[in-house]
Design a protein around this ligand. Structure first.
Ligand SMILES: Nc1ncnc2c1ncn2[C@@H]1O[C@H](COP(=O)(O)OP(=O)(O)OP(=O)(O)O)[C@@H](O)[C@H]1O
Ligand SMILES: [Mg+2]
Length: 254
């Protein structure tokens, strides 16, 4: 079902690592903009599901992915899909900030140069725009030539976000993007993500309940490879339908 309302639909997703099932019949739908939080205990399948959303498992042998994934109404897992292009349109930010050991400027320009010859002026503009959108421009604009590894963790993470944004994605996948950061840097990164939610579809895995409650509109609760419940973030936290969800959000397990 290609529903106009959704940018990405995933239906009946099952995933197996060397024959062992890790995801069971997950169906989730993502609109063009807004933040969806994926929560759940360790080992519940959040990262596994997230990685399926830009075909990261293609890189790992012995992983079998089943289900229907439609991105802009088109089968994302079709054989003729250009994976470099797909991963530009569905970008991924990881838990550890992942700057390359070269300049801040080059870190952001990197994705743009992949497969393209971009005029210097356009590159400069795109780098600035991405750094502004990621909320880190003011802090780095006078030292774009500096090695990105010399930035603080929070700044590195926002530069990582800028690198993904530079390729003009529709979707940003974020796997615990602030869990390696101190609380203050985490809030700064969160604020940057909040600024993006009107324009992008963000899907964020987080163990931080406060963070999920603060920034997401929709929350999906995973347990044991299953999607227990998905709904408006407010409802999931204040008025969940399932007792399992209630127990998790109230801190009884996890
Ligand atoms: N590459 C892999 N090979 C085999 N099994 C894996 C692999 N990656 C994950 N798993 C298994 O799949 C299940 C789900 O793991 P996953 O990493 O998706 O959980 P998670 O919810 O992201 O947990 P965490 O909160 O700890 O990051 C776990 O049982 C895990 O051991
Ligand atoms: Mg994980």
């Amino acid at each position: 079902m290609a529903d106009e309302k959704y940018l990405l639909t995933t239906e009946n997703v099952n995933l197996f690592y060397s024959g062992k099932q890790a995801l069971f019949d997950i169906s989730l739908y993502f609109p063009k903009n807004g933040i969806t939080a994926l929560i759940g205990p360790s080992g519940s399948g959040k990262s596994t599901y997230l990685r399926a959303l830009n075909r990261m498992h293609d890189l790992t042998p012995n992983v079998k992915v089943e289900g229907k994934f439609l991105f802009h109404g088109v089968d994302m897992y079709a054989d003729n899909v250009d994976l470099v292009d797909l991963r530009k349109r569905i970008g991924m930010v990881f838990q550890q900030p992942t700057p390359f050991p070269f300049s801040i400027y080059e870190n952001v320009a990197f994705g743009l140069r992949l497969g393209h010859k971009v005029p210097k002026h356009d590159l400069n503009e795109a780098v600035e725009k991405a750094l502004r959108q990621a909320g880190v421009w003011e802090e780095v604009k006078d030292r774009l030539d500096m090695n990105a590894l010399g930035l603080s963790g929070g700044q590195q993470q926002r530069v990582s976000v800028a690198r993904v944004l530079a390729t003009k994605p529709d979707i940003l996948l974020l796997d615990e993007p602030t869990s390696a950061l101190d609380p203050i840097s985490s809030r700064v990164v969160e604020d940057s993500l909040l600024d993006l939610r009107d324009e992008y579809c963000l899907i964020i895995v987080t163990h931080n309940m406060q963070q999920a409650a603060r920034i997401s509109q929709t929350t999906a609760f995973f347990n044991d490879g299953r999607l227990v419940e998905v709904g408006k973030t407010r409802d999931i936290f204040l008025n969940p339908k399932e007792k399992e969800t209630q127990d998790y959000v109230s801190g009884k397990f996890g």
